[in-house]
Design a protein around this ligand. Sequence first.
Ligand code: SAH
Ligand code: DHB
Ligand code: MG
Length: 229
Amino acid sequence: MSTDEMSKAVDAYVTELFELEDGALEGARARSREAGLPAIEVSPAQGAFLGILARAAGARRVLEIGTLGGYSSIFLARSLASGGRVTTLERDPEHASVARTNLEAAGLADCAEVLEGPALETLARLRAEAADPFDLVFIDADKADYPDYLAAVLPLSRSGTLIVADNVVRKGAVADPADADPRVVGARRFLEAVARNPRLRGTVVQTVGRKGHDGMAVAVVLGAEREER
Ligand code: SAH
Ligand code: DHB
Ligand code: MG
């Protein structure tokens, strides 16, 4: 068995062992495929990881940038503390519509809201409205714009806010400074911005399995008292 086959087998084993995908999630995936959305949602194991982070953080206010069919939104919405809400941003009206159907079918319409439009515009509006800070932010939209998403969410964060960003490893391309793919350049600039921001403590968790070799950046916003380590 190749390493790739092995990691897919482990992913399948873990998904089954922890029963990570139920009918609502399967339905969301099926409806997304029927509607022609690309099969790029998080894997069940990655969705469960996001949910566990949300629970550990006691998250009530969750921001997602990049909804697609709402698959990851379902994991996040199910992990909210009581009275919590997921605000998820999607540029494509067709994707937003599929996501609303999926969230409704999962019984989560009350605690998840899809805001349609280019994310940077929606984020500017949230900032202008002086929205309460988010407890957890999941960045998963246009890869080239990751550095701009980071700059836009920091004013919507507080000490302790978790910031998670998908697809920052890209089969290892992130470690190649000569790679000019705008998605890779976006990931590198994002990671560099996290690394040099004294308000942030971050790392990258590489992932393998169903979606191949990739990884998520995980960062936490530090409080003033911790900035000096
Ligand atoms: N988080 C989803 C997958 C998101 S795929 C999941 O795991 O289930 C990325 C999504 O981001 C796509 O639906 C795409 O239309 C959307 N997107 C890309 N650029 C965007 C932008 N500038 N503003 C808002 N959404 C954007
Ligand atoms: C792509 C986007 C994603 O968010 C992802 O998880 C995988 C692939 C893409 O645009 O190709
Ligand atoms: Mg992704």
